[in-house]
Design a binder for this molecule. Structure first.
Ligand code: SDX
Length: 389
């Protein structure tokens, strides 16, 4: 029968996948990690608790959480020779490019992490990745500023360490502010996993060839960098700053976003799956108000964001296409209030998404899934006789 393609038995394993980790309902705007509503986790859990849930399938007991944090702390020292790699980059290098390179380089210093053949080796690789990735992610900022690289402080928590690793010497005045730490913890939770998005599918695909965890995560970092994916949070801020520079002319940018001949898109709007409000955007919008109020920051960018959101939600073009604010629309406003530079925003997304990448890679490996091999519908030339031109 022409026009029909036969699906060989291997096909079913090379396209979509089954997973027990995250559930999305794009029509209803529902997001659950291992069955728990994102709204509950963001309000009642902390980032390492949620990381444990995603990776191991159950919320940790108090003792398991203490043990997990203790085991992560054992791996927060990064081999000093890794500094030779970061020193090879210009200060102007984009942090996501540096992070992808450093993550892949971790394999060279931890060769045993390539093959995790049992539960003990898997747990070891999980803790090592959670510990080292946070440190090298902050090193990309320190490098760009020409500052000395900081070390993890084992007397502080995971999210507190992020602020110290980033800002210590010079010290940010609110480095230990509980509202700031809580907002960051919530942001990391909200970014932690999102089913088979572009970067997570990349991590699973690379890992399915038996490539190691660091190499697979490095590939995920590269996929997340794109402006249509994790790079959108940086693109949102650049868009809002441009609108602010142009007198806050919302109508001009709404018209550009709707003009089919203009490649401009309203960054932070729309989603491949959510055709309703992204539940994460609602929570982040509330956190943005709280953080800016606590820090006494009066940011015109936040006002522009709210006006843009209101205009888009009323607009027929956006409503007819189910375009709503997504996770990236408000997150950058919080990062900016904390003094994090825009080119570090996607690194923030990567830090949050790390436990999801690990959980999905671990699930794929434990399911002993075959190497990913998507098929295609061939639309090229039929057989031709070779004749020199
Ligand atoms: C993330 O997959 C995930 O889960 C990703 C993520 C995660 O947690 O991992 O949620 C994180 O990547 C969020 C998305 C961040 N990206 C952006 O904010 C970039 C701006 N958004 C768009 O580029 C777009 O909405 C996408 C890429 C996010 C989704 O694209 P779709 O679903 O493929 O939509 P489409 O390209 O098919 O567009 C449908 C229509 C088109 O118009 P028509 O052809 O019908 O006339 O909607 C229009 C598009 O032009 N459209 C937009 C728009 N997004 C879609 N028009 C203006 N502004 C936009 N943002």
């Amino acid at each position: 029968l022409t026009g029909f393609i036969t699906l060989d038995p291997g096909y079913k394993n090379s396209g979509s996948c089954t997973s027990k980790i995250t559930f999305l309902d794009g029509e209803l705007g529902i997001l659950r990690y291992r069955g728990y509503a994102i709204e509950d986790l963001a309000e009642k859990a902390d980032f390492l608790e949620v990381s444990y849930l995603l990776i191991f399938g159950e919320l940790p007991t108090a003792a398991q959480l203490v043990q997990f944090e203790t085991d992560i702390r054992k791996h927060t020292l990064v081999n000093e020779e890794m500094k030779n790699i970061i020193d090879g980059f210009p200060r102007t290098a984009h942090p996501m490019g540096v992070l992808a390179a450093l993550t892949s380089a971790l394999t060279a210093f931890n060769p045993k992490s390539v093959n995790v053949d049992n539960e003990k080796e898997m747990y070891h690789a999980v803790c090592k990745t959670m510990g080292k990735f946070l440190v090298i992610a902050t090193w990309t900022y320190r490098k760009s500023m020409g500052y000395p690289l900081n070390y993890y402080d084992n007397t502080k928590g995971y999210v507190e360490n992020f602020m110290r690793l980033m800002f210590q010497l010079p010290t940010q005045p609110y480095m230990d502010n509980p509202v700031v730490i809580d907002a960051l913890d919530k942001l990391f939770i909200l970014h932690a996993d999102h089913e088979q998005n572009c970067s997570t599918s990349t991590v699973r695909m690379v890992g399915s060839s038996q490539a190691g965890l660091f190499a697979s995560i490095s590939a995920g970092v590269s996929a997340l960098w794109g402006s249509l994916h994790g790079g959108a949070n940086q693109a949102v801020l650049e868009m809002l700053e441009e609108i602010n520079k142009n007198g806050g002319d919302i109508d001009k940018y709404m018209a550009k976003a709707k003009d089919r001949n203009d490649p401009f898109r309203l960054m932070g709007f729309g989603h491949r799956v959510y055709k309703n409000f992204d539940p994460r955007a609602r929570i982040i919008k509330k956190a943005a108000d709280e953080v800016l109020a606590t820090l006494g920051v009066d940011d015109p960018i936040l006002d522009i964001a709210k006006k843009l959101e209101a205009a888009a939600l009323e607009d027929e073009y956006f409503k007819s296409r189910n375009l709503y604010p997504n996770v990236d629309f408000y997150s950058g406003i919080i990062y900016r209030a904390l003094g994090i530079p825009t080119d570090m925003f996607t690194v923030m997304f990567a830090i949050g998404r790390l436990p999801g990448w690990i959980a999905q890679w671990k699930e794929m490996r434990e399911n002993k899934e075959p190497i990913g091999r998507p098929r295609q519908v061939y639309t090229g030339a039929t057989l031709r006789d070779f004749e020199k031109k």
